[in-house]
Design a protein around this ligand. Structure first.
Ligand code: NAD
Ligand code: IPM
Ligand code: MN
Length: 349
């Protein structure tokens, strides 16, 4: 028998609601098998900050590192809450975890499942993966402001792109393309961001030499948003930097049935640190606490977790149950728990 130590961070808002359903699904798919998930809940997020003033302590981080993997719901408080004025939960918790645990691959698959309520009239087959760099780019916090609050204020936010950091994620993307349909699209903005874009373009060109079977394509990020809407079936693997990947994957969620279906994994491929699985969406304060959130993204993130752990049959069962649920869901409004329960029922059938 096998024990998997899982750190569970429900977080804030709908994060709590969708993780509850994801855990039901994890329990159902492992019931009666010899795999046991031992779960450690971590109370982190805006709620914890309001209680204790802590975002992510060293002790929290050390404890999380003792686990084999992490599931996270979403973090982020209610906008405009004056008590959160000095907090930055997103940077101090979510990005800190991605950086400290070296999650350099942010894997964000997009698939249009039959029956999913996509907004496109003629979507064709949508099945691509965005490989978003997770530890560099404009997200590193290399910035500052001078003469703050004056008419002469200057505010900078520098995008950091290292050869080491770009090469490792580009290599991952090529290997992934070889396991899929042998197509890789680099998305950047090389016409304007000549330095940051230049290093990506050069490294993709170099690594491409080792993968003659992979067809390589390049799009500026603005044009990429066009083709994601008009021709999404042209994409297989998209590799891009941290910020462009963030933006493209909300759009990718929207064209495949909504952000409530979009799953992701923050992967440390070397296995030195636990990888972290979470929906692409946030804490959705506009619908939080009302059982309106779709837990499917969180549940599909469990399928990604299972795959990552080598539990491929279990992963496939979760994906199949979700696919069946999407195919049959129709227009009737269901609560978060009703969707979770319906998917669990399919797993038990
Ligand atoms: P959001 O993803 O929370 O919400 C955007 C819109 O999508 C909202 O209308 C929301 O109701 C809807 N939505 C999101 N998830 C849904 C679901 N599962 N089912 C149905 N509808 C859903 O983005 P936002 O409003 O820009 O951000 C809210 C907070 O979440 C902010 O504090 C932000 O920083 C944070 N955030 C956190 C994460 C994360 O923890 N990984 C990701 C994105 C945003
Ligand atoms: C995401 C989120 C985060 C990001 C924020 C909350 C820091 O939008 O996971 O997509 O930008 O990566
Ligand atoms: Mn995002």
């Amino acid at each position: 028998s096998r024990e998997v130590k899982l750190a569970v961070i429900p977080g804030d808002g709908i994060g709590v609601e969708v993780v509850a359903e994801a855990m039901k699904v994890l329990d159902a798919v492992t019931a009666g098998s010899d795999i046991r998930f031992s779960k450690t809940p971590f109370s982190l997020g805006a709620a914890r900050y309001l209680e204790t003033g802590d975002t992510l302590t060293d002790a929290d981080l050390d404890a999380i590192k003792e686990h084999d993997a992490i599931v996270l719901g979403a973090v982020g408080g209610v906008p405009g809450d004056p008590r959160l004025k000095d907090a930055n939960i997103e940077r101090g918790l979510l990005l800190k975890l991605r950086f400290e645990l070296d999650h350099y691959v942010n894997l964000r698959p997009s698939k249009l499942y039959p029956g999913a309520p996509g907004p496109l009239a003629n979507p064709g087959e949508i099945d691509f993966v965005v490989v978003r760099e997770g530890t560099e780019g404009p997200y590193v916090g290399n910035g500052g402001a001078i003469r703050k609050g004056t008419p002469h204020e200057v505010a900078n936010e520098t995008s950091v792109n290292t050869a080491f950091g770009v090469e490792r994620v580009v290599r991952y993307a090529f290997a992934l393309a070889e396991r899929r349909r042998n197509k890789l699209t680099l998305v950047h903005k090389t016409n304007v961001l000549v330095h940051a874009g230049g290093i990506w373009q050069r490294i993709v060109r170099e690594v491409a030499q080792e993968h003659p079977d992979v067809a390589v394509d390049y799009l500026h990020v603005d044009a990429a948003t066009i083709f994601l809407v008009t021709n999404p079936d042209r994409f297989d693997v998209i590799v891009t930097d941290n910020l462009f990947g963030d933006i493209l994957t909300d759009l990718a969620g929207a064209i495949t049935g909504g952000i409530g279906l979009a799953a992701s994994g923050n992967i440390n491929p070397d296995g030195a640190f636990p990888s972290m699985f979470e929906p692409v969406h946030g804490s959705a304060p506009d619908i939080a606490g009302q059982q309106k959130a779709d837990p499917t993204a969180a549940i599909l993130s469990i399928a990604m977790l299972l795959d990552h752990l080598g539990l491929h049959a279990e992963s496939a069962r979760v994906t199949r149950a979700v696919e069946e649920d999407i195919a049959d869901r129709g227009d009737a409004a269901r609560t978060t728990a009703q969707i979770g329960d319906a998917i669990v029922a399919r797993l038990q059938a």
